[in-house]
Ligand binder design. Structure first.
Ligand code: GDP
Length: 598
């Protein structure tokens, strides 16, 4: 069976897009019967010269009148496959579809008039194609008949335009000299350009690669829900979701990102069917796993023997904005990727192009309706995804402003933030973790609550520890499993090997001290305990280290003492350490509302 490929054709107005498409359809015999003759006859009747571009208009007219249903999608065919032409002229629709994944072009032609040469729009279109991640691109240097089929003229366009492409970091783009009007080098080789040995447009596009069908890609499934069975000693939990790509079978080893917790598939359940042999892309499935690890909605399930996804909270993306209100730095939005939902902020804008006229304004710092932006986003916590170059399906996200989808885009790359190195270590640690026979779930049932990490930060002051101990006492009196971990206890023990400079550690030692403490708290929360740890002058980055270490267990911060010099936004701040004890009830209430101890 012949495959399909979506092709987009762009270029400055009048550089010959419609003519080239008309030619491709006519010369590959892809037109409906009699269409060519009909259009030619109609031109003759109206005494206007025939143009190949009219073929396209004629087909479009029929489409809009609903006459030919079959040609709803304009295509031409080769021996190898069918080519569907995505109509780019309504740029906004095209860009929106491209970026949200509604219709993706796998290949692109860019027409440049040999006579008129490279125009500003030729550059903008080239830039947009690269921004949209269209890798397979070919430049058609059209209207060669107008420059006497001269090699020199062709080379001049090639030189100018490849210099531009190099500047935007696009390489290895082929150029072909053609005449849409005369049919040179479109489907058959030109007799007018014997100097050209690079083949025809059709031959070249036949060499482009079709996108991989989703079943051939690595397994990816965003967890939608975890169902628990508690009846009659049945402790199974079914992890449910829709398979984005790839396939999964019983006994496959799975890793759930971003936490990198690992387990093996013990059964696959398919709604309506009993134990299908494997789960495939597009299927809504549930499966049970051998080790009862902690998994929640939004986690990305991946097979351990396949390429791992990316994890991170700072990423470079290309997005298209549809919201009435602009996308700006001061506001918080929700990013949805698969079943993951996370708070997100615009961190930086690298390039913004107005899709309605393709103008770009280098100074602009917000993304307005119908802009396409190359920008950096930060999510409130790390999430798992793929980059568009790896696997486009799991790189697509939308941004919600209030209740509306206001934008959509693709992730280009992860930006390594301060936490990235440590996060890699934690992923490695979790992949090697040897779990005991008691699951977190069972501890939670027995203890009547889940684990949490409460960080008590603030300037050096003994009242911080006193307050932490009062919290511990209160939780304990209410029957909770709780443990106070003073930093002093680890300094003299776990950290006894560290150099001490007066009362402070050397900076690199402080980093290591925080890492060790974070690892220790991870063990304690894994044991199902509410851990209350004090760290003087806790910084934002240090708190992130704790977050990374114990993820997905939640971390809460209480600040005792002046917060002027701190870069942390605490869950509760007590500016006057002397009044800390008076705040105890309120802090406990607040923590209760946040779900601590439940
Ligand atoms: P579009 O706006 O990019 O779709 O351009 P069209 O295909 O409508 O072409 C614009 C004009 O250029 C039309 O009058 C075409 O006949 C003419 N044209 C297109 N290709 C060629 C070509 O190869 N040679 C010459 N001489 N004219 C061409």
């Amino acid at each position: 069976m012949r495959g399909n490929m979506n092709v987009v054709i762009t270029g400055h107005v009048d550089h010959g897009k419609s003519t080239v498409i008309g030619r491709l359809m006519a010369d590959t015999g892809s037109l409906p019967n009699g269409k060519l003759e009909q259009v030619k006859a109609s031109c003759a009747r109206n005494s206007k010269p025939f143009e190949y571009a009219f073929l396209l208009d004629a087909l479009k007219d029929e489409q809009s009148q609903g006459i030919t249903i079959d040609s709803a999608r304009i295509f031409f065919k080769s021996k190898k496959r069918h080519y569907i032409i995505i109509d780019a002229p309504g740029h906004i629709e095209f860009l929106k579809n491209m970026i949200t994944g509604a219709a993706r072009a796998e290949a692109a032609f860019l027409c440049i008039d040999a006579h008129e040469g490279v125009q500003e729009n030729s550059r903008r279109h080239g830039y947009l194609l690269s921004m949209l991640g269209v890798k397979q691109m070919c430049v058609l240097v059209n209207k060669m008949d107008l420059v006497n089929y001269e090699k020199r003229e062709f080379k001049s366009v090639v030189r100018k335009y490849s210099r531009f492409l190099r500047n935007i970091n696009v390489h290895n783009v082929p150029f072909i000299p053609v005449s849409g009007m005369e049919g040179d080098n479109i489907v058959s080789s030109s007799k007018n350009m014997l100097w050209w040995r690079g083949g025809t447009v059709l031959a070249l596009i036949d060499k482009f690669k079709e996108k991989n069908p989703p079943d051939n890609l690595p397994f990816r499934m965003f967890v939608q829900d975890v169902f628990k069975f508690t009846a009659m000693g049945d402790r199974r939990r079914i992890i449910a979701g829709t398979v984005s790509t790839g396939n999964l079978a019983k006994d496959d080893e799975l890793v759930f990102y971003p936490s990198a917790k690992r387990s093996k598939v013990s059964s696959i359940e398919h709604f309506g069917e009993n134990e299908p042999p494997e789960a495939k892309s597009g299927m809504a499935v549930g499966f049970t796993v051998v080790e009862q690890i902690y998994v929640k909605r939004g986690h990305l399930a991946v097979r351990a023997d396949e390429k791992p996804p990316q994890t991170g909270n700072v990423m470079r993306v290309n997005l298209f904005w549809l919201g009435r209100e602009p996308f700006e730095r001061s506001k918080e939005y929700i990013l949805k990727l698969g079943t993951e939902r996370v708070r997100v902020k615009l961190f930086d804008t690298l390039k913004i192009i107005d899709a309605s006229n393709l103008h770009s304004d280098g100074m602009k710092k917000m993304v307005e309706r119908h802009d396409v932006a190359d920008c950096v986003l930060t999510t409130q916590r790390p999430i798992a995804f793929d980059t568009v170059d790896d696997f486009p399906i799991t790189s697509r996200f939308v941004i919600v402003d209030g209740y509306e989808i206001a934008g959509g885009g693709i992730i280009r790359e992860v930006i390594r933030d301060n936490q990235a190195r440590y996060r890699d270590k934690v992923i490695d640690r979790n992949l090697r973790w040897d779990m005991g026979s008691i699951t977190r779930e069972r501890r939670r049932e027995l203890y009547g609550h889940g684990p949490s990490l409460l960080m008590v930060g603030g300037p050096e002051d003994p009242r911080k520890a006193e307050f932490a101990k009062a919290l511990e006492q209160n939780f304990f009196d209410r029957g909770k499993k709780v443990y106070y971990l003073g930093v002093r206890n680890v300094l003299a023990g776990l950290d006894a090997d560290m150099r001490v400079k007066r009362h402070n550690l050397y900076p690199e030692d402080r980093e290591e001290m925080v890492r060790r403490l974070a690892e220790l708290t991870n063990i304690l929360v894994d044991a199902g305990i509410i851990v209350i740890a004090t760290v003087s002058d806790l910084s934002y980055d240090e708190r992130e280290t704790f977050r990374t270490s114990v993820s997905p267990v939640e971390v809460y911060t209480i600040w005792v003492g002046t917060s002027e010099e701190s870069d942390i936004k605490a869950d509760y701040t007590i500016e006057n350490a002397g009044e800390a004890q008076d705040h105890l009830t309120r802090v406990l209430d607040h923590l209760g509302q946040l779900g601590v101890g439940t």
